[in-house]
Design a protein around this ligand. Structure first.
Ligand code: PEP
Ligand code: MG
Length: 591
């Protein structure tokens, strides 16, 4: 067995975004090239691993020199220089030394040691401020591929990901990375970028996958693959080389949490009603069909927000699924949750979500740009099939529709006109649908909140998207860790806007729910109930604790607190008021 130097336990602090504990070795991911197989090498065989590495590098360099020469002969000097740079990478002493050291220290096969070192190197490149140098990252990925292909080996490179269960560590992960993760292998993830309200974090919570974001800058560069680790999604700690004592502590915490979860699951069929009899609709947010079993298990009364971006814009498909494919998906969900409602949010492309189509020029300010309902209204060829599919599904369950990022009345009217056209087309073709299907507006732009009284006359319900409402009200990017401190869910302006929307809705006799992440925060349940919010739509994993919170509270007491909160000058004051009430009635949920 190779001798490994002892490692001290190291804690890297991040921001917890999805609760849970994962105990596994780390895999560091860099996009672009696939990982080779990893295996242990007996100490006696280490010299031959060094040789294999040296041979692979020589072979790759010879190939590169040949290409460079060919290009020079063709007078493609610029391209030839690119390959010269590739060769220089393979002559970088520091890099080569790191690989040799990794072979010795970890007793791993040479190709994996090289791959692991390059992953860190590529991560470092991705954050070089100079855009020209940053763009060269893909060249270096090519170099990696070439060297990995140059290894003489009986082991073939067949794995794109490690085959063992692991904790994924990355500089950043996109929402679709999170959505397509192999859940049987990835036990949790930690990134440097991201925030509590990013879609990547939302998906992690939905899937019950422990996750941390906002690791210290450059942390990922120093974490080596296969390091044994604990990811604590409750406190945001990534613990490298945990001691036996730490491991034992975490196993106990896991058991305790499991017992608490089982106790909450027992309330699955209990009504979500306050102690003094106010019923709150408790529904679930989903983005993937795979979440349906979790919704069922949670006992949520329907789906308050179905984010359709992953169905429509999944990076792995060439085109947006057609009307028939969408009808199948919506019908499956509507049937699964019947007799409860399924609220389908129409495509919300743009911002931190995927673009609806590649734009020729990147938008200078995508969050204030072509997003949400704006894209749908400009692209009836995308919007209409989605509306018709939702209508067709409405014949098989209780379906409602809502429009994202509404900023004014005209958008709602135009969307409704297009919906009417779709209804007429289906009627003409004798295709059944629910002609009374409810239409909602998401309230997530301050202008919409300010004219809620006007919008309330046009729609059947409001669903407040607090993730965006906070971002746009406070001018704080919801996914930017540098301003995460300023992203205050209980900012007085936010509370006043919610209050305003709920009251405007009540005046017109329509209900108002909250489907942003605020709804799933047990500290804020007293405040939202006190503000007379009638529906809370939360990730399926959060349903049990929110149900318990609702059942523990009195609406009258929450209202009195919310009245005080409306007069409070600081977000911290408001947070304390609601948090105090939460801890008074369900302190156990915070343990
Ligand atoms: C919101 O903005 O609160 C919301 C629910 O929508 P999304 O998070 O998908 O933007
Ligand atoms: Mg939103």
């Amino acid at each position: 067995m190779p001798s490994h130097p002892p490692h001290a336990e190291t804690i890297i602090q991040g921001i917890p975004v999805s609760p849970g504990i994962a105990i596994a070795p780390i895999h560091v991911t860099a996009r672009g090239f696939s990982a080779p197989e990893v295996y242990e090498v007996a100490e006696a065989n280490l010299p031959s691993e060094h040789q294999r590495f040296a041979d692979a590098v020589s072979k790759a360099k010879a190939e590169l020199a040949e290409i460079q020469q060919r290009l020079a002969d063709l007078s493609s000097d610029e391209e030839a220089r690119i390959f010269e740079a590739h060769i220089m990478v393979l002559e970088d002493d520091a890099l080569l030394k790191r690989v040799h050291l990794a072979i010795d220290e970890r007793g791993q096969n040479a190709e994996y040691a090289f791959y692991a070192v390059m992953q860190n190197f590529l991560e470092a490149m991705r954050r070089i401020p100079d855009p020209y140098l940053r763009e060269r990252t893909s060249d270096f990925e090519d170099v990696c591929e070439r060297v990995l292909d140059s290894f003489e080996s009986s082991h073939t490179r067949k794995t794109a990901r490690p085959e063992d269960r692991h904790i994924l560590v990355a500089y950043d992960l996109s929402p679709s990375d999170a959505a397509t993760m192999d859940r049987s292998l990835v036990l949790g993830f930690a990134t440097e970028m991201g925030s509590v309200n990013s879609h990547t974090a939302i998906i992690a919570r939905s899937l019950g996958l422990p996750a941390i974001v906002g690791l210290e800058e450059e942390a990922v560069i120093d974490i080596t693959a296969l390091t044994p680790a604990i990811l604590d999604g409750y406190s945001g700690k990534l613990i490298l080389h945990p001691t036996e004592a730490t491991l034992a502590t975490y196993r106990l915490i896991e058991q305790k949490k499991q017992r608490a979860r089982t106790a909450l699951d027992a309330l699955r069929n209990a009504e979500s009603v306050t102690r003094d009899g106010r019923a709150i609709t408790l529904s679930a947010n989903i983005g993937l069909l795979e979440e349906l079993p979790a919704v069922k298990k949670s006992g949520a009364t329907g789906i308050g927000l179905y984010r359709t971006e992953f169905l429509l814009l999944n990076e792995e498909q060439d085109a947006i699924p057609d009307e028939t494919a969408q009808t199948t998906a919506y019908t499956e969900i509507a049937r699964a949750v019947a007799p409860h409602p399924l609220i389908i949010r129409t495509l919300d492309a743009g911002g931190d979500k995927l673009p609806a189509e590649p734009l020729s020029e990147p938008e200078p300010n995508p969050y204030l740009g072509w997003r949400g309902i704006r894209v749908s209204l400009d692209r009836p060829e995308i919007f209409k099939p989605q509306l018709r599919a939702a209508l067709r599904a409405s014949a098989h369950g209780k379906v409602a529709l809502m429009f994202p990022l509404v900023s004014g009345l005209t958008e709602v009217r135009r969307a409704k006109n297009i919906l009417r056209e779709c209804m007429e087309e289906l009627s003409a073709a004798n295709i059944p649908f629910d002609a009374n299907l409810h239409i909602g507006a998401m309230i997530e732009v301050p202008s919409a909140a300010m004219i809620a009284d006007i919008l309330a006359k046009e729609v059947d319900f409001f669903s407040i998207g607090t993730n965006d409402l906070i971002q746009y009200t406070l001018a704080v990017d919801r996914v930017n860790p540098y301003v995460a401190d300023l992203y205050r869910t209980t900012h007085p302006s936010v509370i006043r806007l919610i209050h305003r929307v709920v009251n405007a809705g009540a005046q017109e006799g329509i209900w108002t729910g909250v489907c942003g992440e605020m709804a799933g925060d047990i500290r804020l349940t007293p405040l939202l109930i006190g503000l007379d919010v009638e529906e809370l739509s939360v990730g399926p994993q959060q349903v049990p604790s929110i149900r318990k919170a609702i059942r523990s509270l009195s609406h009258a007491e929450c209202s009195a607190m919310a009245d005080d909160a409306m007069k409070a000058p600081l977000s911290a004051d408001i947070l304390k008021m609601t948090d105090d009430l939460a801890k008074k009635y369900y302190a156990d949920l915070f343990e």
